[in-house]
Design a protein around this ligand. Structure first.
Ligand code: AMP
Ligand code: MG
Length: 347
């Protein structure tokens, strides 16, 4: 078991010696968690099957859930993929570095251990100085899933990573809190109409402005088979049982308040995930605002922190308000549905 070294790093101007130490670990086949703009990643050499194995082991991740490969320059892409479609180039120019992951056909150099046995590889360039410096110093592309134990809420600060992975990885680069707070958008360009396999930091509206109509994988609905292997697993889940309540704000507040009362009468400890607009309207339970409905980035960036907070409070039940699926709201609601195991109440 490695001793996990937590190293604070300047997120805008990462110190060279610290990045060098981290890069050295990656080159030698070890694991380093590092900040990106979405969530913290658990990084290993993407071209080393053995490093990929260590990532799966450290996270307890199912073997068929492929890893996203992170690069620091457009040039690095040629080494990894068979072809770069025109639409991909346009998107890379517009959204990289940033929270957009694109699926490509892989070259042989990318091991099946990294792609979960697939002939395709998911690639993105993160918009975070620490991540970019680390990849560039390591001189290899870095495979990096979220740095949490599989199934738990994703980590948005070094403390979250340490909570899950201490003693399982060599180093955590602590660059403070991430900004987007939900993972990247995963996009498949293999069909005529591009398809979002996982909604994320780059919104459907952002993509449609460039590409025209973009589909959302219908397999993301409950009981369906998603195209992206990782999407079939229960995910992001707090320990408590969670219900998402969707409808008009008035109906949400009324239903959650009544529901909380019933649960408390039955002896349950209740957490309410409210918003800035509604938090003052509840009278019972642990009431936490996830953010401001008029500024959805405040909600995405807080979401996983609040889910972990409910875990620490030890609540039995979480009642969460739904928000609009516009913009980043689509990614937020996707994470909420999964965290709740699709336990959704429409009111
Ligand atoms: P995470 O590493 O936790 O951000 O999850 C990575 C996501 O990317 C999972 O949902 C994977 O299924 C998806 N993914 C990675 N590689 C591929 C690929 N080649 N094809 C489709 N989805 C992929
Ligand atoms: Mg993950």
């Amino acid at each position: 078991m490695p001793n996990t070294n937590i190293v604070a790093v300047d997120k805008n101007r990462p110190e060279r010696d610290k990045i060098k130490r981290a890069a050295e670990i990656i080159r030698k086949g070890g694991l380093v968690a590092f900040p990106t703009e979405t969530v913290y990643g658990l990084g290993g050499n993407a071209l080393d099957e053995n490093a990929a194995k260590k990532i799966y082991a450290a996270k307890g991740r199912p073997q068929d859930n492929p890893l996203i490969v992170h690069i620091s320059s457009h040039l690095q892409l040629d080494q990894l993929v068979k072809e770069i479609p025109v639409r991909a180039r346009i998107l890379m120019d517009k959204f990289w570095p940033g929270p957009l992951t694109i699926i490509f056909y892989k070259k042989d150099i990318v091991p099946y251990g990294t792609t979960g046995g697939l002939d395709t590889v998911a690639i993105r360039m993160p918009a975070h100085p620490v991540a970019l410096e680390l990849i560039s110093e390591a001189k290899v592309p870095i495979a990096a899933p979220s740095a949490n134990i599989s199934g738990r809420p994703s980590p948005v600060c070094a403390k979250d990573v340490a909570e899950d992975l201490s003693g399982r990885i060599e180093m955590i680069l602590d660059g403070g809190a991430t900004s987007v707070g939900v993972e990247s958008t995963v996009l498949d360009l293999s069909e005529k109409v591009p398809m979002i396999l996982r909604p994320g930091g780059v919104t459907r509206e952002d993509l449609e402005e460039i590409l025209g109509p973009v589909d959302l994988d219908p397999g993301l609905a409950p009981g369906e088979k998603p195209r992206s292997p990782g999407q079939k697993y229960r995910h992001y889940a707090p320990k408590a049982q969670m219900t998402v309540v969707e409808g008009s704000i008035e109906n949400q507040v009324k239903t959650i308040e009544e529901f909380a009362k019933r649960l408390e009468t039955d002896g349950f400890e209740v957490g309410i995930m409210a918003t800035a607009q509604t938090r003052h309207r509840y009278t019972r339970g642990h009431i936490i605002s996830v953010g401001d409905r008029t500024a959805p980035l405040t909600i995405s960036s807080n979401l996983f922190t609040i889910l972990r907070k409910f875990d620490r409070l030890g609540v039995d039940k979480i009642l969460a308000e739904g928000i609009s699926k516009d913009g980043i709201g689509l990614a937020v609601m996707n994470r909420l549905y999964k965290a709740a195991g699709f336990n959704v109440l429409k009111v």
